[in-house]
Design a protein around this ligand. Structure first.
Ligand SMILES: [Zn+2]
Length: 246
């Protein structure tokens, strides 16, 4: 019986060489979450589509289901996303962090295209981003919101007491009140928590006003530390590129 095949929009979020001329690619697909597939012979110079299996290329792929791995038998370029990224170190590492995060936050058997669509949108925006780290944080906060993992930014994450509060503990789920705050915590500016709330809820213009204020850079750095702590708690380890701003 022929194996079922399907076509999908996909982004390469990981790959490694396999056997003599094959490659295993990890794809973030639009409606099948993360798919691992073997691409046979793609490391040979005459491969029809091997060179397209790169990060920052939106692909239309042909896959066949297999027992453990799918087989990738074709890949067409839909959109080349790397312009503006490969020339700029900060944008490039931020875009790499977006792909890395998308892979980690992908949930098996999730058919919801939200993660794929927001990853693609974030990569497109990154090409002319004026502030790559803020854009990564915005992407991450919105993914956390969608996955039900958003940190509490006003009420105390531990006891529910209404804020604003001035401490943040990712392991407890967000902002914490004076009673729940563990000793030795660094104070957090409530405006940084507000900035996170605005970005998580898509209010970029209002967030931009805060970022352009006199302490905007400080708020952005504070937000970045808090978002990074959330990522570490939620997916088990920090994203390499996210450590840039620290
Ligand atoms: Zn509390």
């Amino acid at each position: 019986m022929a194996r079922p095949s399907f076509r999908e929009r996909a982004l390469v979020v990981g790959s490694h060489d396999f056997r003599e001329a094959d490659r295993i690619v990890v794809l973030l697909t639009r409606t099948r979450s993360v798919v691992r597939a073997v691409a046979k012979g793609v490391r040979r110079s005459n491969s029809r589509f091997g060179s397209r299996l790169q990060p920052f290329v939106l692909l239309d792929v042909q896959l066949y289901e297999g027992t453990n791995l799918c087989s990738l038998t074709g890949a067409d370029t839909v959109e080349y996303l790397a312009h503006g990224l490969i020339e700029d170190f900060e944008r490039y590492t931020a875009a790499a962090a977006i792909l890395q995060a998308a892979r980690r936050y992908a949930v098996a058997d999730d058919h919801d295209p939200f993660l794929f669509d927001s990853t693609l949108a974030a990569l497109r925006r990154m090409r002319d981003s004026a502030d790559p780290l803020v854009d990564v944080d915005e992407f991450l906060l919105q993914v956390m919101m969608h996955e039900g993992l958003a940190p509490s930014l006003f009420d105390c994450a531990n006891c529910g007491k209404p804020g604003p509060h001035h401490a943040f503990v990712a392991a407890l789920g967000g902002a914490v009140c004076g009673n729940c705050r563990p000793p030795g915590m660094v104070n957090v500016d409530e405006q940084a928590l507000r900035l996170m709330w605005l970005l998580a809820h898509g209010h970029r213009e209002a967030a931009q006003q805060l970022l352009e204020g006199s302490n905007g850079q400080q708020l952005a750095a504070m937000m970045h530390r808090m978002v990074s702590q959330c990522v570490s708690v939620q997916v088990g380890s920090p994203l390499r590129a996210l450590q840039l701003g620290q």
